[in-house]
Design a protein around this ligand. Structure first.
Ligand SMILES: *[C@@H]1O[C@H](CO)[C@@H](O)[C@H](O)[C@H]1NC(C)=O
Ligand SMILES: *[C@@H]1O[C@H](CO)[C@@H](O)[C@H](O)[C@H]1NC(C)=O
Ligand SMILES: *[C@@H]1O[C@H](CO)[C@@H](O)[C@H](O)[C@H]1NC(C)=O
Ligand SMILES: *[C@@H]1O[C@H](CO)[C@@H](O)[C@H](O)[C@H]1NC(C)=O
Ligand SMILES: *[C@@H]1O[C@H](CO)[C@@H](O)[C@H](O)[C@H]1NC(C)=O
Ligand SMILES: *[C@@H]1O[C@H](CO)[C@@H](O)[C@H](O)[C@H]1NC(C)=O
Ligand SMILES: *[C@@H]1O[C@H](CO)[C@@H](O)[C@H](O)[C@H]1NC(C)=O
Length: 468
């Protein structure tokens, strides 16, 4: 026993020394080592971008580092999943792909920066429900962060930043030198169980967040900012997707803060995939030339069961706007809006049946959209130019419009015709200023309906996870 005591003691001392060294190194690497976050699933395996050669100097391309890290971590998909930590730094990158049972976590001082080298943005086929690229008929570029055919993927952070450096793309759009459709910032296709949360997203080349052909999506606590004159910088575009929750987002942009979509004319009709069971709540929007929430204009696969509650817009063109056209087909139905707080608006209510904008001349002029069951209640608005402009389609009126408990205060120089209505049918209750004759006030006061049940996505509980 005695003879063993010196080695025991020295290993004990070495043990203490190594604990001190490990603690010291943890401290010197900063507090990002262990950060708590909330996610649909936590991961068994963890790696840091620098383990794969990432260099956060804002100049070196990290496209290969991201892609090799994610490909490597993809092998843990059936073994507890993996998370990739993006540490403090400026991480320049082109487009890269996500994998399943995977979390991309951005430290609060991490900035992922979109490359301006176009060879770093691979071309993808056009979306089948659109048939054409939105900017150019050729292909489209893969989004900065792209995922397809995924199950259980999370993009989150401690309010870390993803900056698309969009001005390069906006210039090309404006000077008409694009021959391919601009990339989005984040696009997830054909996927299930997706979370995008707790991030600051800046200056997307075009739309910011685009879930399409997907289900069970949670989008929350995003700060999304682009110049209010930047082209097509929609905030969040739920597209042909089911069971989606968007909450607690702050969006300032050059296009619609949220644009709900489901495909374009004959291509969208043929694909036939609606957006449905969507809830949007506690959004704050600033968008002087666009809507807080647009339904359309691409709605050919249908939009139904959308619930919007307690949303706020400031200096925004309109609140919840329906945009459609002859040739779209499809439907917008069972839309429920409750609680809007609006300040400095051109329109409170706006529906447009003549939006135009077709993919090609091959659209079917007999494909009329069906707009029915559109409910708005509990709205306060201040500094408004027009209360409503509701343009249905001749021979295809927008029906089942219900508006209750609305108090609109007008600008200093309001327009004379406050409610301009054509080809619409419905009722109002307790609305000031008084609505148009096509939306008469019922004798007995009523509240427009709002569903009492919850969507399945509302009962998904997030788990408490750690970065280390
Ligand atoms: C990313 O996914 C797209 C679509 O599946 C594919 O075309 C592309 O090659 C993938 N990129 C990489 C680097 O694997
Ligand atoms: C992704 O899913 C879609 C729809 O199920 C399918 O058509 C496509 O082939 C899948 N792609 C890949 C790369 O698995
Ligand atoms: C995230 O960062 C943005 C930009 O710096 C800031 O405006 C916002 O308040 C932050 N959000 C949170 C939740 O910390
Ligand atoms: C258009 O804008 C792009 C991006 O800023 C620029 O590289 C290009 O030179 C411009 N082309 C013309 C014709 O102005
Ligand atoms: C688009 O333009 C780039 C140069 O700006 C050129 O390299 C590329 O071949 C063009 N692509 C198509 C599909 O015309
Ligand atoms: C009211 O709206 C007008 C635009 O109609 C705008 O110029 C003005 O700044 C707004 N006033 C306030 C107090 O926000
Ligand atoms: C009312 O709306 C119609 C379109 O339906 C438009 O042509 C007309 O100019 C509007 N009238 C006023 C006074 O704004």
């Amino acid at each position: 026993m005695k003879s063993q005591s010196p080695p025991l003691r020295s290993s004990y001392i070495i043990g203490i020394i190594s604990i001190v060294v490990i603690l010291g190194s943890v401290e010197s690497r900063g507090s990002w080592e262990k950060v708590e976050y909330s996610a649909i699933n936590c991961r068994k395996h963890s790696a840091v971008l620098t383990d794969f050669g990432g260099i956060g100097d804002g100049k070196t391309s990290n496209t290969k580092a991201f892609q090799s890290a994610i490909t490597h971590l993809g092998q843990y998909a059936s073994n507890g999943g993996a998370q990739l930590i993006v540490p403090p730094g400026k991480w320049l990158t082109g487009s890269f792909n996500l994998t399943s049972h995977f979390t991309l976590f951005l430290h609060k001082d991490a900035v992922i920066v979109g490359s301006q080298d176009e060879s770093e943005w691979p071309e993808l086929p056009v979306l089948p429900s659109y048939g054409k690229g939105r900017d150019a008929p050729n292909g489209r570029l893969s989004s900065l962060i792209f995922g397809t055919n995924l199950t259980d993927a999370v993009i989150t952070g401690n309010n870390g930043t993803i900056d698309g450096q969009g001005s390069h793309w906006w210039d090309k759009f404006r000077n008409d030198t694009l021959n391919v459709t601009r990339p989005y910032l984040i696009e997830i296709m054909y996927s299930d169980q997706i979370q995008i949360s707790d991030l600051t997203l800046l200056n997307s080349p075009s739309w910011f967040v685009h879930p399409i052909y997907s289900s069970n999506i949670i989008i929350q606590k995003l700060t999304i900012v682009a110049p209010v004159d930047s082209p097509n910088t929609d905030g969040i575009n739920p597209d042909s997707s089911t069971n989606v929750k968007i909450e607690d987002c702050y969006i300032v942009s050059g296009d619609d803060c949220i644009a709900v979509k489901s495909g374009w004319d004959q291509y969208g009709i043929k694909f036939g995939m609606p957006t449905q069971h969507l809830i949007i709540r506690r959004l704050t929007c600033v968008s002087p030339d666009s809507a807080m929430i647009a339904l359309g204009s691409e709605m050919s696969g249908g939009i139904q069961d959308v619930r919007a509650e307690n949303n706020c817009a400031i200096n925004t063109q309109s609140a919840v706007r329906i945009k459609t056209a002859v040739g779209r087909g499809g439907y917008v139905k069972d839309i429920f809006v409750k609680g809007m707080d609006l300040t400095t608006m051109k329109y409170v209510f706006w529906m447009t049946g003549s939006y135009g904008s077709h993919p090609d001349p091959g659209f079917d002029p007999k494909a009329l959209p069906k707009i029915n069951g559109i409910n708005y209640r509990d709205v306060v608005a201040d500094n408004v130019t027009y209360s409503a402009r509701l343009d249905g389609i001749s021979g295809d009126p927008f029906t089942g419009i219900c508006i209750s408990d609305v108090n609109i205060k007008l600008t200093e120089k309001p327009k004379k015709l406050q409610w301009n209505c054509t080809d619409v049918e419905g009722f109002t209750s307790n609305v000031t200023p008084k609505a148009c004759d096509l939306l008469p006030e019922k004798e007995q006061k009523f509240d427009c309906p709002y569903p009492e049940d919850k969507l399945p996505i509302e009962s998904v509980q997030l788990k408490t996870c750690y970065t280390a």
